[in-house]
Design a binder for this molecule. Structure first.
Ligand code: H79
Length: 576
């Protein structure tokens, strides 16, 4: 049995701490709005928008990212600069843009103040290569959006590409005009990147967050950006890409890979940046638009796994927003207008996956998001242990739905017709905090039992995390109170080979752990798998298991000064 919601484990302790002492803001306090707001608008806008995926007859295919066009065709700096001289998005309307975000239910907005091409979309004293000093438009787009956001009550945020700069001779990425060997990266950091970041943190009012991209060469350099944000705007959040990929998180929260979706609920703050078609910057070739229904179901999936959705629009060269993006966001807004109570402030749902949809949780209220209406109009919810006080459709609170429970399955009588063709939300009011039956790991007739990080229940400091390299694992465990456990049903008695899969840097070698499988005990010693996240399998010998239910627990055997390992799975293979 696990008590919900899981996020309490890392949010609540910090909040309690904050309540009892007067001190600098904790991460949890800074993160509160982000945790609540769930949906943001990303805007990719720059001179590349005017190229729309085409340069001198060369086209970026669908699937390529049109904001990368300068790099893709190795456009010489002089020619790209000349093109940027003519960039004149006179139809850009910040208030309209922000109104669209608001109508869609978005609560924060992140605009590319400088993307990898090095062009600033605001008036910068650091470099004349900016939209006010370099183009016929002569308007500060960042300022216009900051003002419009303030008026509309949307949290204003900036994207700044701190490492990549294809215009600056010392920035990363342009090795077609500039000799890589002659680059002085520190000169770029001190001369452009940091001073521009300082301008953005000084001249545009309070920023909700700064969205860095592509990491930095060293943790020390990344720390300088973190320190600058903390000093100039202590409330401002910092996304994890401020630091190097494939390393421990720096900043306040994790971003998944671009368009990434975690396999399950994570026990940390996270966000996924996603596109409406397949490019960030506008491309006239990319008409692979997601449907509004797909976007709504993605939003629900993200919230059901505890994350935030940062959804992109790419304005065109004239500044207007592509019509399909507008249409989709308006439809998302129509759904949100009726259903946002199931989104804002909600957290990850610990109920097992269901064939009909997903669920989100807010205190003792559970929102069942029905994507596929059951043909017999009975919604079956296995694993829910807390008593259900009442059930109704979110859009029809006056009409109570009948709830029964048999053999651990809660059934809700639905109307015959689905009231929303994308996601009809059923609200369950519980008698107390949501408690769920732990999922049972089972085996096929002669198949292994797989105890992975997804099905495991963490306790103590152990948490499910993104590894900043595309994979997921459990880490942050350092002592005997930090464990992972499973319920497992062995249908075939006999001998099983125990294998564990994890990643561990060299400093963690020698850490001792134990695995209890029913009454059997397996001891292990951590071996290094090398630097970065390289998961390897280690054989821990065989054990004998009787048929029936067993509890499995893995934990460190002593207090450590570091994490035990980045845990991925334990597999029990029958040996016959
Ligand atoms: O701003 C958006 C992307 O431009 C940026 N992140 C999001 C939010 C990004 N930076 N780096 N990357 C994405 C990954 C780079 C992928 C690449 Fe490619 C593969 C670069 C070159 C090959 C994709 C395909 C882009 C150009 C071709």
């Amino acid at each position: 049995m696990i008590t919900v919601h899981r996020l309490c484990r890392f949010v609540l302790p910090a909040l309690l701490l904050a309540g009892c002492c007067l001190h600098a803001q904790t991460t949890a306090e800074r993160m509160a709005w982000f945790q609540h707001d769930k949906l943001g608008m990303f805007i990719h806008f720059g001179p590349y928008s005017a190229l729309a995926g085409e340069w001198k007859g060369h086209q970026t295919p669908v699937g390529d990212e049109a904001e990368w066009i300068m790099q893709r065709f190795n456009i010489p700096v002089a020619e790209y600069r000349e093109m940027a001289h003519r960039f004149n998005p006179s139809r850009f309307d910040a208030e309209q843009c922000v109104a669209l975000a608001k109508a869609a239910g978005m609560k924060y907005l992140v605009v590319t103040a400088k993307h990898h091409d090095g062009f600033a979309m605001y008036q910068s004293k650091v470099s004349r290569y900016n939209i006010v000093d370099w183009t016929p438009l002569k308007r500060d787009i960042v300022k216009e959006l900051a003002d419009a956001c303030k008026k509309a009550g949307i949290r204003f945020c900036v994207y700044y590409s701190h490492r990549e700069d294809w215009d600056d001779p010392d920035g990363y990425g342009n090795n077609w005009d500039y000799d890589r060997a002659k680059k002085n990266f520190a000169k770029y950091l001190e001369g452009k990147s940091k001073p521009q970041m300082r301008e953005l943190l000084t001249n545009y009012g309070p920023l909700g967050l700064v969205w860095f991209d592509r990491g930095l060469d060293t943790p020390a350099h990344a720390q300088e950006f973190v320190d600058m944000v903390r000093k100039l705007q202590p409330q401002c959040l910092i996304n994890g890409r401020v630091g190097n990929y494939g390393r421990e998180l720096m900043g306040d929260y994790q971003d998944m890979n671009d368009n990434g979706m975690p396999t399950g609920g994570l026990e940390e703050y996270w966000e996924t940046p996603q596109t409406l078609n397949t490019t960030w910057g506008y491309s006239k070739f990319d008409q692979q638009w997601k449907s509004a229904g797909n976007v709504i179901q993605r939003l629900v999936e993200i919230v059901s796994k505890g994350g935030n959705y940062l959804l992109n629009i790419g304005p065109m060269g004239d500044g207007s927003i592509p019509a399909p993006s507008v249409a989709t966001l308006r439809k998302v807004g129509e759904w949100m207008a009726k259903n946002s109570a199931s989104i804002y402030g909600s957290s990850a749902c610990p109920l097992p996956d269901s064939p009909w949809g997903r669920c989100t949780v807010n205190g003792s209220t559970v929102y069942l998001h029905v994507f596929a209406w059951p043909s017999d109009a009975i919604l079956r919810v296995p694993g829910l242990k807390t008593e259900v006080r009442s059930a109704h459709l979110l859009v029809d609170p006056a009409h109570q739905l009948k709830v029964t429970r048999e053999h651990g399955v809660t059934s809700i009588g639905l109307p015959a017709r689905m009231p929303d063709d994308t996601d009809a939300v059923v609200v369950l009011q519980l008698a107390g905090a949501l408690q769920v039956e732990r999922e049972m790991v089972t085996q096929g007739s002669d198949a292994p039992l797989s105890l992975d990080y997804l099905k495991g229940a963490t306790s103590g400091k152990a948490v499910k995390r993104f590894n900043r390299d595309g994979k997921f694992h459990i880490s942050k465990w350092t002592g005997t109170a930090d464990s992972i456990s499973w319920r497992m049903l062995v249908s075939q008695a006999g001998k099983y080979r125990v294998r564990i899969r994890y990643s561990a840097p060299s400093e963690w070698a020698g850490g001792k752990y134990e695995i209890h499988v029913g009454s059997e005990l397996v001891n292990g010693t951590v071996q290094t798998t090398g630097e970065g996240y390289q998961y390897r399998v280690f054989d821990l010998g065989t054990i004998s298991l009787r048929a029936g239910e067993h509890a499995v627990v893995i934990r460190p055997t002593a207090e450590l000064s570091h994490y035990l390992m980045y845990f991925e799975s334990i597999v029990l293979d029958p040996v016959f």
